[in-house]
Design a protein around this ligand. Structure first.
Ligand code: FES
Length: 77
């Protein structure tokens, strides 16, 4: 699984850091530490979804407004 999490300004203001902690805690991996077992967590800076921040991709599929879909994020990551 590859997760790209936007940590640019709009997403940071909407809860990216809480998502970071959730994803790292759930996967046991750290962002920007390369490929670990079957997971890579990568920081990106703007996915073009600022109006729906915070935004992320999971295996290339875009997910936006993540805190409003927290259950979905937990199921995916
Ligand atoms: S700042 Fe995150 S999608 Fe633009």
């Amino acid at each position: 699984m590859t997760v790209q999490l936007c940590r640019a300004e709009a997403c940071r203001s909407m809860g990216t850091e809480a998502l970071t902690a959730h994803i790292e805690g759930h996967t046991g991996c750290k962002f920007d530490s390369g490929y670990q077992v079957d997971t890579e967590l990568e920081t990106v800076y703007c996915l073009g979804q600022c109006a729906l921040s915070p935004a992320m991709t999971i295996n290339g599929e875009l997910h936006a407004a993540c805190p409003r879909h927290a259950a979905k994020v937990r199921a995916l990551v």
